[in-house]
Structure formats: structure tokens, C-alpha cells
Design a protein around this ligand. Structure first.
Ligand SMILES: *Cc1c(COP(=O)(O)O)cnc(C)c1O
Length: 393
């Protein structure tokens, strides 16, 4: 990154970096690349991870974004995927063998959990141990001789609990186990897991990296050797590659990533502090609050917090919960998060469809839990909106 600040690196590609001096690179909307002669194509195949042959492998529109993302994550190499789940499944496929054991968290992203439970487990006889992940002892106790992957998500979904990344990476290395983390919540701006020794970093670029709610994409970043193996196997063979236009949109998004994140951080904290003091709210889960049980660890391993949080209404009356949920005017109702627009979702809606009541309770989530994504609107307006809807119950 040339010792420049991250926002400079993201805003700038270098003077006359693109053909004809275009300040924005063109979209390379092509499926294949033609070669000069026999030797030229022969050479390209010998170095297929670094060559332009066919757009299921490399494409310049993706490559410029992959280069920037690898650099800001502090990784050697990165690959963009068609979705976050494309990235998650590629990592799991690369790290799990038949009969492997996986250690992961009770609160990982629902579809990642579903992939492990309903696909890897029955199809490849994979064993899975779920832990809360808040104590390193739990990881030590969970490890078995056949453990091949420790799959992390810090902060985790909905309750936003953290894992001590440095301690987990150290333990895994000593036991020859690969570590992967879903780092979507913190974004590459506020958490750099590779620096703590984590092997593979995953993002859903559909959230903060994209930031405009117009792209579905995923990312894996890691060391060159790991990424080369991932490229020739899970990436090229399973084919979940990003489209050139989506990659081009992500480059547009990267220009403002740092300043968007700083705004999400500022507004997120203001909204969390408002919610925490409100008499109709029982609890706020947000690593930026001093009351958060892992506040010290959050400060140690993240350089900032974002705009996604959850909170619990005091009422347990479903009609009142729905009145609050439906009564918001600025916060729109929807899944996903990390875009310019503020959103609300009640995790109970999807979890209750997938889990029985005991499993649901075991996650530490209740009917009155709300998840909000604080967007780029004025935090004053957002707080007024929350206040007016809370006043209805
Ligand atoms: C959305 C999300 C994913 C999946 O990403 P998609 O782009 O929707 O496939 C993975 N992990 C987390 C934490 C997410 O929020």
C-alpha cells in the first residue's frame, strides 16, 4: 500500500493506471482471452493461477479488486466469489476431508451452519463440535485427532460474541489445524485476522464491502500457497466466480469503504448508546458498548466497531413486538445488512422455522430480539424513528 493511508489506497489506482488514462477501468466483459501462438497458450497453462485464459479463472475486472482487498486485509492473495456462501463453501470444501472433525460456534451464520449440518455431516461423515467460543479452554477441550478445521466468526451472528483470534490461531497451529474466519461484521477496515495468525479470511461482500445493496459477492484471502490450491480446486472446479460487472461495482464500493465504515461506526455507537438507556429495552448486544461482556477483547483485536447490533425488547408480548417492528418508518424490514439503508430484522422469524424451541433457546435468542443495521442516514433521524416506534408499545 506504499505506506499511504488505507483511504488513499482505496480511492486511487495510481496515475494513468488504466488504459487511455481512464480514471475508472473498463469492465472486462469477456469469457476468454486469445493468445499469440502455441507457446503463448502453453505457457499460460503452466501458470494458470496467474494467467488470463478463461473468465471462470481470472478476469482483470475481478483481479484489480482482489489485489486491493488482499492488500487491505494484509494477505498475499485473494479471490472473489459469486456470493459470501460461495466463499464459505469453497473454504469448507478445501479444509474438510471425509471423516474430519470441525470445531465451530453455536452462533455462526445460519446458512454456514446449515451447510455443515445438512451437507457435510451426512454426506462426508463429518463430526462437528459447537462451542460458545468465548473461552480458549473450550477450543482446547473440543480438539480431536481428526480436527481439520476451526471455523470462526468474530463477532458472531446476532449475539455478536467474540473469539480471541490470536489465542485460537496459536492453539490451532500447535495442533496442525487450519483456521478460517468469517470477518464480515468488522470488515477489513476494523479487523485483520491474518495478522493474528488466522489462515483464511472470508467476507460476504454483499454487506459492508459492497455497501450499496446492489451486489451479492464473496471473498477469501490467505497465503499464496493456500490460495493457489483453492484456486485450482474449489474455485475453478465448483465455478462460483464473480461476474465482471459485480467486480466493477465492488471497485466503486471500495473507493468509499473507509469513510463509510467510519460513519457506520459513529452512528452505530450513538444508536447503541440510545437503545441501552431506553426503559423499554432489556439488553443491547454491541461490542462497542462498555457494558458488552467482551468489551476489552473487542478493543484489543478490532480497531473499530460497525453498525450491526441486536437488542432485546422488554416485552414478550408478540403483538407488542410486532407493533414496534412494523411501526418504524425509516428502518426498512429486510434480511442482509451493511448497506447505505437502515434495516431491521427479527432473528426469531427465520430461526423458528429451522430450529426446535430448545435449540432456539440454546442460542440465547428470544422472540423480542431485534437486529438492526444502522445505515448512512443521520443518526438523529434514526433515533427519532426508534423512539416513536418504542412509544407505541
Ligand atoms: C450474509 C452473510 C454471509 C453470506 O453471504 P452471501 O453474500 O449472502 O452469500 C456469510 N456470513 C455472514 C456473517 C453474513 O452476514
Amino acid at each position: 500500500m506504499n505506506n499511504r493511508k488505507i483511504e488513499t489506497f482505496l480511492a486511487h489506482d495510481g496515475k494513468k493506471a488504466h488504459s487511455k488514462g481512464a480514471v475508472v477501468p473498463p469492465i472486462y466483459q469477456n469469457s476468454l482471452f486469445t493468445m499469440k501462438d502455441w507457446d503463448d497458450i502453453d505457457k499460460a497453462f503452466d501458470d494458470r493461477t496467474n494467467s488470463y485464459i478463461y473468465s471462470r479463472g481470472n478476469n482483470p475486472s475481478a483481479e484489480i479488486v482482489e489485489g486491493k482487498l488482499a492488500a487491505i486485509c494484509g494477505g498475499e492473495s485473494a479471490k472473489l466469489f459469486a456470493s459470501g456462501m460461495g466463499a464459505v463453501s469453497a473454504v469448507m470444501l478445501s479444509c474438510i476431508q471425509k471423516g474430519s472433525h470441525v470445531v465451530t460456534l453455536k452462533n455462526i451464520y445460519g446458512p454456514a451452519n446449515n451447510l455443515l449440518e445438512s451437507y457435510f455431516k451426512p454426506k462426508f461423515d463429518v463430526e462437528i463440535t459447537y462451542i460458545s467460543g468465548t473461552d480458549i479452554q473450550e477450543f482446547e477441550d473440543a480438539i480431536q485427532p481428526n480436527t481439520s478445521l476451526i471455523y470462526l466468526e468474530s463477532p458472531s451472528s446476532v449475539i455478536l460474541s467474540l473469539q480471541d483470534l490470536e489465542a485460537v490461531a496459536k492453539l490451532a497451529k500447535a495442533n496442525n489445524i487450519t483456521t478460517a474466519i468469517d470477518n464480515t461484521w468488522a470488515s477489513p477496515i476494523y479487523q485483520k485476522p491474518l495478522k493474528f495468525g488466522i489462515d483464511l479470511e472470508i467476507h460476504s461482500c454483499s454487506k459492508y464491502i459492497g455497501g450499496h445493496s446492489d451486489v451479492v459477492a464473496g471473498l477469501v484471502v490467505g497465503a499464496k500457497a493456500d490460495m493457489q490450491s483453492l484456486f485450482t480446486k474449489e474455485f475453478e472446479l465448483f465455478g462460483a466466480k464473480i461476474a465482471p460487472f459485480e467486480a466493477w461495482l465492488l471497485l466503486r464500493s471500495l473507493r468509499t469503504l473507509k469513510i463509510r465504515m467510519d460513519q457506520h461506526q459513529k452512528s452505530g455507537l450513538t444508536v447503541a448508546e440510545f437503545l441501552e438507556k431506553h426503559p423499554k429495552i432489556a439488553k443491547v448486544n454491541f461490542p462497542g458498548l462498555k457494558s458488552f461482556p467482551q468489551y476489552e477483547l473487542a478493543k484489543q483485536q478490532m480497531s473499530g466497531t460497525t453498525g450491526l447490533m441486536s437488542f432485546q425488547l422488554k416485552t414478550t408480548n408478540l403483538n407488542e413486538i410486532k407493533t414496534f417492528f412494523n411501526g418504524l418508518e425509516l428502518f426498512q424490514i429486510g434480511v442482509s445488512w451493511g448497506g447505505h439503508e437502515s434495516l431491521i430484522y427479527a432473528p426469531a422469524i427465520s430461526y423458528l422455522k429451522e430450529l426446535n424451541p430448545e435449540q432456539f433457546e440454546g442460542l440465547g435468542i428470544s422472540l423480542g430480539d431485534m437486529r438492526i443495521s444502522v445505515g448512512l442516514e443521520s443518526s438523529e433521524d434514526l433515533i427519532k424513528d426508534l423512539e416513536q416506534s418504542l412509544n407505541k408499545i
